[in-house]
Write a protein that binds this ligand. Structure first.
Ligand SMILES: [Zn+2]
Length: 143
C-alpha cells in the first residue's frame, strides 16, 4: 500500500518538474526517521550512514528542492543553524535556548493565531513565521 505521504511526495515532484532522484529520496527518508528538527549537517550524517559517498552539498541541494516544492519546512531560530521539518501543516514549534531541543506545541491551533492577525490588520496575510523559544523542563531542573 502506498502511504499518503508517498502519494504527496510523488504528486509534488510530478507537478514541480523536478525528478525524484535517489539522493532526494534518501534525504526525505532521513527526515522521516529523524525525531525532531535536524539541521542540514544532521540530515547529512544520517544519509551518509546509508550512502557513504553522498556529499554535504548534495544534501543541501536536496533540502532546498524539498523546501521549494513544499514537502519540508525550514525553521530559522536565533543562534541555531536552519532546521528542517517534514510537517508542513501549520503548527508552532518551541526551541530550548539552552540545549537546542525543538518540540511541537500541541493544543495551540495556528488558525487561532491567524484569526487574531486578521482581526488586527487590514492585510491579507500570505505567510507567517513565528519563532518561539524557552527553557525545556530538563534544563529547568538542572539549575
Ligand atoms: Zn533544554
Amino acid at each position: 500500500m502506498v502511504s499518503a505521504l508517498e502519494r504527496d511526495v510523488r504528486e509534488r515532484f510530478r507537478r514541480s518538474g523536478y525528478t525524484l532522484t535517489s539522493q532526494r529520496r534518501a534525504v526525505l527518508e532521513a527526515l522521516k526517521d529523524f525525531k525532531g528538527h535536524p539541521s542540514a549537517e544532521e540530515v547529512y550524517l544520517v544519509v551518509k550512514k546509508r550512502n557513504p559517498r553522498v556529499a554535504l552539498g548534495t544534501v543541501y541541494q536536496a533540502l532546498s528542492v524539498l523546501e521549494e516544492i513544499g514537502l519540508i519546512e525550514a525553521k530559522h531560530w536565533s543562534e541555531s543553524p536552519v532546521r528542517y521539518d517534514l510537517n508542513t501543516e501549520p503548527h508552532h514549534d518551541i526551541r530550548c535556548i539552552r540545549c537546542g531541543e525543538v518540540t511541537e506545541i500541541r493544543g495551540v491551533e495556528f488558525e487561532d493565531f491567524a484569526a487574531r492577525i486578521r482581526e488586527n490588520t487590514p492585510y491579507e496575510v500570505t505567510n507567517a513565521s513565528l519563532v518561539i523559544e524557552g527553557v525545556c523542563p530538563n534544563c529547568q531542573s538542572q539549575n
